[in-house]
Design a protein around this ligand. Structure first.
Ligand SMILES: *[C@@H]1O[C@H](CO)[C@@H](O)[C@H](O)[C@H]1NC(C)=O
Ligand SMILES: *[C@@H]1O[C@H](CO)[C@@H](O)[C@H](O)[C@H]1NC(C)=O
Ligand SMILES: *[C@@H]1O[C@H](CO)[C@@H](O)[C@H](O)[C@H]1NC(C)=O
Length: 308
């Protein structure tokens, strides 16, 4: 082992110890209840928690596969599962919903709760996610005068209807942490800073509207916006990337925690691209650095853990 490998190995040990310390004794650690936060971390049921999360997208696998995938994530040391919610899978035709089979979101979340793990629910509705139309239903394009992801009445009307529908469904099933369920945070919009400039002032208005609309639904959990430098005070701006310890400018307010919502373990490949899997050492190094720099959440995007 050369000195670099030794360093990487030590960092991996530190990262694993962090995971171990905080995922040990999980009966005490899984404490659904009111969710608040401060600069140091998210606080669930009165307990400050470090969030070690992995992304699993329920429609990309089957209900038969979910228990094993969740169990392996747990055995691999994670205490949280993050998922996007896929609007166009749930409402393929306007007003006609589908929550069966691979789309059974409630079942997926209840399974995660059975494993005593938390959930971060990333509602979007634009989610990108290497998914058709980034999760937006095709019929939405035919709404007269619609402009996607802008301060635009037709778009906002449909977006609000969808977000409200999902939040109400989660509430009815008592899935938010203050109700005793596993959902500790929800996300509205997604990486909007990438496109915001082209919407000019309508983009700024839209971000503020989206934050106000989401928080007005009283889900009882904090709302996040990833990659949103100017996130309004009522939501938390979070980091996506490979090296958030070095690239994240911090949440945009001193009373908010530093959260890493997508820690890219690989990059998706378009035809002809070389493999892009990151080395475990590189990931361990950047996660450790992030926690050293006040981070209190990481989310492996995506996670698939083999436990032997
Ligand atoms: C609902 O979605 C599931 C999963 O994609 C699919 O198998 C099923 O056929 C859909 N149901 C209807 C009525 O389209
Ligand atoms: C993020 O993921 C990368 C790649 O999987 C890993 O090297 C790194 O340690 C992770 N960082 C955190 C904070 O989880
Ligand atoms: C971490 O938090 C402490 C206390 O709030 C602060 O002084 C320090 O600058 C922060 N470090 C980083 C890297 O953000």
């Amino acid at each position: 082992m050369d000195s670099r490998s030794r360093l990487a190995f030590m960092l991996l040990l530190i990262a694993n110890t962090l995971v171990f310390v905080y995922s040990d004794n999980d009966e005490n650690e899984y404490t659904p209840g009111p969710v608040t936060y401060n600069a140091k971390s998210v606080i669930v049921g009165g307990n400050p928690i470090l969030i070690f999360s992995g992304s699993i997208h329920y429609p990309r696998s089957t209900p038969e596969m979910w228990p094993d995938i969740i169990r392996m994530a747990k055995e691999g040391g994670l205490n949280t599962i993050a998922t996007y919610v896929f609007w166009n899978a749930h409402e393929p035709v306007e007003g006609q919903y589908n929550f069966t089979g691979n789309n059974d979101l409630v079942k997926f979340i209840k399974l995660i709760a059975e494993h005593k793990m938390y959930v971060v629910l990333r509602l979007g509705p634009f989610i990108q996610a290497e998914w058709n139309l980034g999760g937006l239903p095709f019929w939405l394009r035919d709404i007269p005068n619609i402009v996607f992801r802008s301060y635009n009445e037709p778009y906002m009307k449909h977006m609000k209807r969808y977000i409200e529908y999902m939040v109400n469904m989660m509430k009815a099933e008592k899935l938010f942490a203050p109700q005793g369920g596993p959902i500790i945070m929800a996300q509205v919009e997604n990486e909007y800073n990438h496109v915001q400039e082209s919407y000019k002032e309508k983009g700024t208005q839209y971000v503020k509207w989206a934050a106000d609309m989401a928080t007005s639904l009283y889900a009882g959990v904090p709302w996040i916006m990833c990659k949103q430098k100017d996130a309004p005070q009522n939501v938390i701006s979070t980091c996506n990337g490979r090296h958030c310890a070095d690239t994240f400018m911090g949440p945009n307010s001193p009373d908010k925690p530093s959260l890493w919502t997508e820690n890219w373990t690989a990059q998706y490949r378009v035809f002809g691209d070389p493999p892009s899997q990151r080395a475990a050492e590189d990931i361990a190094f950047s996660v450790t650095r992030f926690f050293m720099n006040n981070g209190s959440m990481t989310n492996y995007y995506m996670v698939r853990i083999e436990v032997t």
